[in-house]
Design a protein around this ligand. Structure first.
Ligand code: FAD
Length: 396
């Protein structure tokens, strides 16, 4: 008699939540998370590989995202940062590119408005942003200013009566090929401080061109932006964005959500590798029956759970209002290092099929590289933490 096939969905820990972290959410949050997970399973995951192979953003998803109504879970909807983090991990588990689109539109762009715009500006702009009627981007990085952009912003803002005139270039700006607005961070030539501006992408002198040939996050459209004498009315200067210290308020929160992306990425690798290991037969047996394969699956789970434990605690500190920059920095550095190990193990478990996108894992493996670099590289987040524990800055 042949053995019954293993019903993976009904095994203990089928959801990968080995330590029941989800139980820390309120009942309302758990049921909302289940709703979002079901939506992602139906709307995103089945299409994600095709979108990625095509290499352009699926515009048809935008009205569906508006219906899901997941924007600004903490600031607008009153959920905890813990819930927001777990939801962002779920987006990533379904597809890292779609999570990154949300991370840019909701986290970096909307976060800039929520944290740095005046009340009047927020009242005017946020309704369209929350409803996805206006799509946003976040323009900080420059062709010559990446890790050192805080002190090295070259894009300039010059006050001219009731207006500002912006000149310069930005690189890697997600969503900016089609976004309606982009928050541009530029150095005021008067006081040398980095200020933030809401720039309408139809303004004369603004242009954006798509960065081609990416090996990661192919569904996200990243752009090179050029600003040539772009005139922005002072009403579009974010009233609370007057130094890089202000910009950092946004980055601290978004770094938290990138740590959660690293969790989602590892859970995605776990899902795909576990299923493959149980189904793939070699030597007349599922490869999951080999001890060395089980060891690799357990390594992925252990990495994912240690990352999740760290992110849960950091989110709780954020909810308590006490999370520090360096705590976000260490979490981003640690979870993305574990993520790199996990996706490599997952890729290995799929053998040759791990390098074709048809089996999902190649997409998961490649997308991890972008997460590893954006929101502060491994080295920069390590040095931010190093500065906190020694009192000595190794980079400025
Ligand atoms: P560099 O700063 O040139 O660094 C190159 C290498 O040198 C890295 O390994 C770095 O760690 C190392 N290094 C640099 N300085 C030091 C030091 N002092 N000590 C040790 N090592 C050092 N930016 C935006 O503004 N908006 C976006 O929407 C956006 N989206 C992105 C999407 C993707 C897919 C990617 C890849 C990037 C995105 N970025 C975005 C930019 C991202 O934040 C930068 O890539 C990142 O900050 C690193 O800058 P860089 O690429 O210029 O690398």
């Amino acid at each position: 008699m042949s053995k019954p096939a293993i019903d993976l969905d009904n095994l203990p820990y089928a959801d990968g939540d080995f330590y029941s972290f989800e139980e820390l959410l309120s009942d309302k949050e758990r049921s909302r998370l289940a709703e979002v997970r079901a939506w992602l399973t139906a709307e995103v995951r089945p299409n994600a590989v095709a979108w990625w192979n095509e290499g352009s953003f699926p515009q048809s998803l935008i009205p569906r995202l508006a219906e899901l109504d997941s924007m600004s879970p903490v600031h607008r909807q009153g959920y905890s940062n813990l819930f927001a983090g777990m939801m962002h991990a779920e987006f990533t588990r379904a597809d890292t590119s779609i999570a990154t689109f949300i991370g840019v539109h909701d986290g970096l762009f909307t976060g800039s408005i929520e944290l740095l715009a005046s009340r009047e500006q927020q009242e005017e702009w946020l309704p369209d942003i929350y409803a996805f009627r206006k799509i946003g981007a976040f323009g900080l990085t420059e062709p010559l200013g990446g890790s050192d952009v805080a002190g090295g912003t070259r894009t300039t803002a010059r006050r001219d009566g009731a207006n500002w005139v912006l000149n310069g270039a930005k690189r890697w700006i997600g969503n900016a090929t089609f976004s309606d607005w982009v928050v541009i961070y530029a150095r005021d030539v008067e006081d040398n401080q980095v200020k933030g501006f809401l720039v309408d992408t139809s303004l004369p002198g603004y242009s954006a061109s798509r960065i081609e040939n990416k090996i990661a996050l192919r569904t996200v459209e990243n752009a090179d932006i050029t600003l040539e004498n772009v005139v922005v009315a002072d009403d579009f200067h974010l009233k609370g964005a007057n130094s890089f210290h202000d910009t950092n308020k946004v980055l601290k929160v978004t770094r938290l959500s990138v740590g959660w992306q690293a969790v989602g990425q590892q859970l995605a690798a776990f899902d795909v590798a576990r299923r493959y290991a149980v189904e793939r037969q070699q030597f007349g047996r599922p490869i999951a029956s080999f001890q060395l394969v089980q060891q690799q699956l357990v390594q992925i789970l252990g990495n994912a759970m240690s990352s999740m434990g760290m992110m849960v605690r950091l989110s709780q500190l954020e909810d308590a209002g006490t999370a520090k920059d360096e705590q976000s920095a260490l979490a981003k550095a640690f979870t993305t290092a574990r993520m790199r190990e996990s996706v490599a193990a997952g890729r290995n478990i799929l053998g040759g099929n791990g390098i074709v996108t048809d089996y999902e894992m190649a997409k998961i493996f490649s997308d991890a590289e972008a997460i590893y670099t954006y929101e502060g590289t491994q080295e920069m987040n390590t040095l931010v933490t190093g500065r906190a524990i020694t009192g000595i800055s190794a980079f400025v």
